[in-house]
Write a protein that binds this ligand. Structure first.
Ligand code: GLC
Length: 417
């Protein structure tokens, strides 16, 4: 009897192994490159996707938090023709560069085959992923800079940058705060996004519609002067130039900072009692104005397929799911990321979870796009270096403006050769 039982168990085990092996063989692995996600939304998305498509297994290869580093990692791999990533998230500023360099697959045929209705997506974001008449990625979430403030301390948020400084001076110390303002001021793309908001709020420009360099103007001078004034007024932490998005979130969530500039997704961290000491005291509004009103930089992410992926159809199924109604809803609920799939702005669950989405659809439409230029990466790097030097007192505003103009024109001339 014991022997028979032993044989039966062995047979059952063998059968189970065979089923698992067969299933594993049938499953296609999708290698996906995406940054850190403290909200856990991507885990939920992967789980929902794998449930809807049991034939696939997603392998998440984590990208660095600094998006410039992930950009460079992608460029190194994709320019070498590697296929280690099937799909990757793509910043709204990369499509021109990536499609021109042949890194990503045009997705028009997939869109047609699956009859996707692109008119349900924000047109601005569809345009951002279109280059030379083809679609190179699907928009995922939109982004726009916002001002977060401690609603238990601040009753009326500041209307201007000067008011922000004054309020910090007056209220730091209240509600457990130790500092006034945090923003993305490390030397990376986030600093460019912040600088463009100051520049926009003083009516300045960096590049005109024809791609000419216009950075030498008074709006840029006034904007950099205000940024330096904020640093000099002592309302930011001493190590302000080490701050990217997560550092800002942490300082605000710990109750130390009164104000924070961040993207809508920060809400998932700072308004969540599990990750924030001030979850019930989070106010969100538009950024302060300069002499020309308030300006917010347009950000956002989409998904692209590696041109050399060995599983383009599987990659597409992932992209379609994540950027589709279900995927975007999960991302809006769990990560507070603003949908680019517009019907979700009428979804009651999405709105209830995200009070800071009020007027966001309009804000996304009014936001300032980063300079549209084939040499955007160079322009950004030039801004990162020179703006940092101004903030650290290593260069005057005038020197920085002149240097930026000269270096940007040199890059352009090099490109046009
Ligand atoms: C956000 C934006 C992105 C921007 C980045 C800067 O992720 O969506 O467009 O480049 O922040 O750090």
């Amino acid at each position: 009897m014991k022997k028979l039982l032993g044989i039966a168990v062995a047979l059952a085990l063998f059968a189970a192994m065979m089923v698992t092996a067969a299933f594993a063989e049938e499953q296609t692995v999708i290698n996906m490159f995406y940054g850190t996600d403290p909200s856990g939304a991507l885990d939920s998305l992967i789980a929902a996707f794998e449930e809807a498509y049991p034939q696939y297994k997603v392998n998440w290869i984590e990208a660095p938090a600094n998006q410039d580093t992930s950009h460079d990692m992608l460029v190194t791999s994709l320019s070498a023709g590697e296929s280690i990533y099937d799909v990757f998230s793509c910043n709204v500023i990369w499509p021109a560069e990536f499609s021109q360099a042949g890194y990503c697959l045009a997705i028009d045929r997939f869109i047609e085959e699956d009859d996707l209705d692109l008119s349900e997506y924000s047109q601005g974001y569809i345009d951002a992923y279109t280059f030379q008449g083809k679609m190179w990625g699907m928009p995922w979430y939109g982004n726009v800079g916002q001002l977060y403030y401690r609603s238990d301390v601040i009753t009326t948020p500041p209307a201007t940058w000067d008011e922000l400084i004054d309020m910090c001076k007056e209220y730091v110390g209240q509600g457990g705060s130790t500092t006034g303002y945090v923003m993305q001021a490390a030397q990376y793309e986030g600093l460019v996004c912040n600088a463009l908001e100051f520049i926009g709020s003083y009516g300045g420009t960096v590049v005109d519609g024809d791609g000419n360099i216009t950075v030498n103007n008074d709006g840029v001078r006034e904007a950099l002067t205000m940024m330096k004034k904020i640093v000099d007024s002592g309302i930011m932490p001493a190590n302000f130039n080490a701050f990217m998005e997560n550092e800002c979130n942490n300082m605000f969530a710990s109750g130390e900072a009164l104000f924070m500039r961040n993207w809508p997704g920060a809400y998932a961290t700072v308004a969540n009692p599990e990750s924030s000491k001030v979850a019930d005291n989070v106010g969100v509004t538009v950024l302060p104005s300069g002499s020309d009103g308030s300006a917010a930089t347009l950000g956002g992410w989409g998904w692209m397929i590696n041109r050399n992926s060995e599983n383009p159809k599987a990659a597409w199924d992932f992209v379609k799911f994540v950027t589709g109604p279900e995927g975007q809803k999960i991302n809006a609920l769990v990560a507070s990321q603003p949908p680019t799939y517009l019907p979700l702005y009428d979804d009651e669950e999405v709105l209830a979870a995200n009070p800071h989405f009020a007027n966001l659809r309009e804000s996304l439409e009014a936001a300032v796009a980063r300079p549209v230029s084939p040499i955007y990466t160079a322009i950004s790097e030039i801004m990162q270096i020179n703006v940092s030097k101004v903030l650290l007192g290593q260069m005057t505003v005038e020197e920085a403006v002149v240097a930026m103009e000269q270096q940007m024109n040199e890059s352009l001339a090099e490109y046009n050769k």
